[in-house]
Design a binder for this molecule. Structure first.
Ligand code: NAD
Length: 260
């Protein structure tokens, strides 16, 4: 399976998991739009990937919570490369507080990036996929799409919500050849997780080492972090799968933290 010539949009791809998915897709021959908040960050990642090849990349400025920016970014990709074959809705943030102290503004911000972002980018891409009669939508869920943890009410709510959205897209998209699936990673050491370690230590009154060993990796079978490459490999399978059999699914990649 490869992505030779496939046109892909990955949100939040200037760094972290999204950047590694972009790298995997370009290595597989894809044309990848790196959509992120700051154009210069997106363009820097894109330039690096184009140098690597054999595919190519371009940077697109996009705040996934802003409908005009989402529509303009998707249109830029269509105008440049002629369509959209794959969307990876990956942009996301984490904010941790106990529920009784969770600022409403933070709740709305987190839900907006994860849920509005997935909705708006999907809505903008679907007409192009429907016109082509094919497409693959991939949502970045989490083990927290299926499991709960203290302090993460907004994140757990958003990640559970993405499962529902993806299943509706799978049902509506089927007659147009469009598939939709969710990746559910365990803890991956990216800036999003690095930031949480001291925050959770403070909220829970424990050491940073305990946060890593007990809270983040305590449920795994081997005390190991999932890697960005592990997640990118699953994204590649969902993107490149050759038939419409693989749709409406969610795949957990978490060193056995969550089993189903
Ligand atoms: P990260 O913080 O390293 O990268 C997130 C990227 O999203 C950044 O480039 C940021 O600029 C971008 N972004 C943030 N808000 C945006 C917005 N409004 N519009 C466009 N781009 C925006 O995070 P990461 O760890 O790579 O996480 C990526 C995704 O993977 C998120 O959805 C996250 O919830 C999910 N995830 C991460 C982990 C983990 O352990 N790191 C585990 C499971 C799921």
């Amino acid at each position: 399976m490869n992505l030779n010539g496939k046109i892909c949009i990955i949100t939040g791809a200037a760094r972290g998991i999204g950047a590694t998915i972009a790298r995997r897709f370009v290595r597989s021959g894809a044309r990848v739009a790196i959509a992120d908040l700051k154009l210069e960050d997106a363009e820097a990642t894109a330039a690096e990937l184009t140098k690597m090849g054999p595919g190519e990349a371009m940077g697109v400025a996009m705040d996934v919570t802003n409908e005009d920016q989402v529509n303009a970014g998707v249109q830029k990709v269509v105008d440049t490369w002629g369509g959209v074959d794959v969307l990876v809705s990956n942009a996301g943030i984490q904010i941790v507080h106990e529920l009784q102290n969770f600022p409403f503004e933070d709740w709305k911000k987190l839900l907006s990036i994860h849920l509005d972002g997935a909705f708006l980018t999907t809505k903008a891409c679907l007409p192009h996929m429907y016109k082509a009669g094919s497409g693959s939508i991939i949502m970045m869920g989490s083990v927290h799409s299926k499991e709960a943890s203290p302090l993460k009410s907004a994140y757990v709510t958003a990640k559970h919500g993405l499962l529902g959205l993806s299943r509706v897209i799978a049902k509506e998209g089927a007659k147009h050849g469009v598939r939709s699936n969710v990746i559910c990673p365990g803890f991956v050491k990216t800036p999003l997780v690095e930031k949480q370690i001291p925050e959770q230590a403070e909220e829970l009154g424990i050491s940073e080492e305990e946060v890593v060993n007990k809270i983040m990796l305590g449920g795994t079978v081997d005390q190991e972090f999932t890697t960005v490459e592990d997640v990118a490999e699953i994204a590649h399978v969902f993107a490149a799968f050759p038939t419409n059999a693989l749709t409406g699914q969610s795949m957990v990649v978490s060193h056995g933290w969550f089993m189903e």
